[in-house]
Design a binder for this molecule. Structure first.
Ligand code: DC
Length: 230
């Protein structure tokens, strides 16, 4: 039987870097028993593939070619979902500074975003999907059942990142992280295509003073309310 995917419920969780979308989305997907799409990992995988194939970030046609035959898969791993390229786990390379910088460049290209739309939409499978990103509720799944825009103050997000990186023994300063986050926020918010903005019908949640459990509970109550409504 061919499933009519537009009937499958989607929870779109958008917001800036460091607001806790990844952890919240993974927990919400687990609680609901739904699939999970980490769309940032899709852009990161394109960046990694481009670096490996020596495709220049200005070469839109080359990047679109990569997107069209991206050998990407997600499989359950020890730390949640593991990303595979060419059947090989990519591990921590996906989150390296080099890949982050390349991902933010490729994500700004309209042709790349367009080429990745169908791949992202293919994750909409029964019984439901939790989609984590920047434009899930505005562009990729505008008909999502529930939309959440998760944000937190720049100070709090820089602080979380600082603790995380210090915990890994990395040599970072708070002021540098703060400045980088502010610059990245501005670039994401002001880019012409799919900027990071809340959908008009999104529930905005400020996680600055909330713990993970509290945010997850709020998201689940939005989902429950919207599901009753459909
Ligand atoms: O969420 P993240 O840091 O893994 O995202 C990696 C990059 O991809 C980042 O520069 C933002 C961009 N991105 C995007 O433009 N649209 C999405 N839906 C998800 C991520």
């Amino acid at each position: 039987m061919v499933e009519n995917n537009s009937e499958v419920p989607v929870v779109a969780i958008d917001g800036p870097s460091g607001a806790g979308k990844g952890a919240v989305s993974a927990r919400v997907a687990r609680e609901l028993g739904w699939h999970l799409l980490d769309s940032g990992a899709v852009y990161r995988a394109v960046a990694l593939a481009a670096l490996a194939a020596d495709v220049n970030p200005e070469d839109q046609a080359g990047l679109v070619g990569l997107c069209d035959r991206l050998p990407l898969s997600f499989r359950p791993g020890d730390d949640g979902i593991e990303v595979y390229l060419d059947q090989q786990p990519v591990g921590s390379r996906l989150r390296s500074e080099q890949v982050s910088a390349m991902a933010s460049r490729v994500a700004a290209l309209p042709a790349v975003r367009k080429a990745l739309l169908e791949l992202q939409r293919s994750f909409r499978q029964s019984p439901g999907l939790v989609a984590d990103g920047r434009d899930m509720g505005t562009v990729v799944f505008p008909d999502a059942t529930a939309k959440v825009f998760l944000h937190a103050s720049v100070e709090e997000r820089a602080n979380r990142r600082y603790k995380q990186l210090k915990g890994k023994g990395e040599n970072v300063t708070f002021s540098r992280l703060f400045q980088d986050l502010e610059a990245r926020d501005r670039r994401d918010r002001e880019r012409a295509v799919s900027p990071t903005i809340a959908a008009a019908d999104a529930k905005v949640i400020d996680s600055t003073d909330l713990g993970l459990d509290q945010v997850v509970a709020q998201v689940l109550s939005v989902v429950e309310y919207r599901l009753q409504d459909t």
